[in-house]
Design a protein around this ligand. Structure first.
Ligand code: ADE
Length: 258
């Protein structure tokens, strides 16, 4: 997949492509990113890409011509084109999964006070990354490129993708590292028991608990299995269930790195 990004600020994408997991994924050829400067396409003799709005009003509006010509000149076969806009549909993991399946993606970043309305007719959809207004579409474009690329084969390990937040709309379980005791907060003993089934069960329970507490909107849409309902019932009891106590007891031989 090639992700083509149309922007007036191409340098903003330098750090994005040259660090961390994006750098590795792009280096491995998981995807490629092409950053296009919209200004290269303006027909304005002074190189301008924006102008005051017709009818008056504050600020400068991005002209349609440079953007539309940039789209036409850089569109690859089967390209899904999205325009970053606070007015668009709210981005989420389900959309990221859809975009990860397209052949090519084009992300158009708006800037300044707005963009000529007629550009909308040249894209497939308008997308927002949340109900707040940023000064431009570059940060939203990075958020989308990052969340799509990490889903592509070879970007990160299958295991990392398996358990994470939003996979079945539940938040990810809490994670811990050594040492056992960090300033009085300890790692839950079950994680030292060595019984992978018990650990997985405990993690699912925590995942359900966190989702119910922090994202009731997601929790209400969860498809809860019989096992899930049992785990949720356990949360009502202030004492840990027998399977948890047994697993911890049996695992006492595993040493904590205190
Ligand atoms: N441009 C400005 N704010 C935005 C947002 N929240 N999402 C997408 N594009 C934007």
């Amino acid at each position: 997949m090639t992700i083509t990004i149309l922007t007036l600020f191409p340098e903003m994408f330098d750090g994005f492509q040259t660090n961390s997991i994006m750098k590795r994924a792009l280096g491995k050829g998981v995807a490629s990113i092409k950053v296009v400067n919209i200004r290269d396409y303006t027909k304005d003799k002074y190189g301008r890409t924006d102008t005051p709005p017709v009818g008056g009003g504050a600020g400068l509006i991005e002209k349609a011509q440079p953007i539309v010509d940039a789209i036409r000149a850089n569109e690859l076969p089967n390209t899904h084109k999205i325009l970053m806009s606070p007015r668009g549909k709210t981005y989420n993991e389900a959309l990221a999964k859809n975009y990860a399946k397209v052949d090519n993606l084009m992300i158009i970043c708006g800037h300044y006070e707005g963009i000529d309305e007629r550009v909308n007719a040249y894209v497939d959809e308008l997308v927002s990354i949340g109900d707040y207004v940023l000064t431009g579409g570059e940060i939203p474009a990075m958020a989308i490129a990052d969340s799509v690329i990490r889903l592509l084969d070879g970007a990160i390990s299958e295991d990392s993708l398996k358990d994470e937040s939003f996979n079945d709309s539940a938040l990810e379980y809490p994670q811990y590292t050594e040492p056992y005791d960090f300033e009085g907060q300890t790692v839950p003993d079950i994680l030292y028991c060595g019984n992978h089934e018990a650990i997985e069960k405990w993690r699912r329970k925590q995942s359900l608990k966190l989702t119910r507490e922090f994202r009731p909107d997601l929790f209400k849409n969860l498809q809860l299995s019989k096992k899930d309902l049992k785990l949720l019932a356990e949360l009502e009891d202030e004492n840990p269930p027998k399977w948890e106590v047994d697993a911890i007891d049996k695992g006492k031989k595993f040493k904590k790195n205190k």
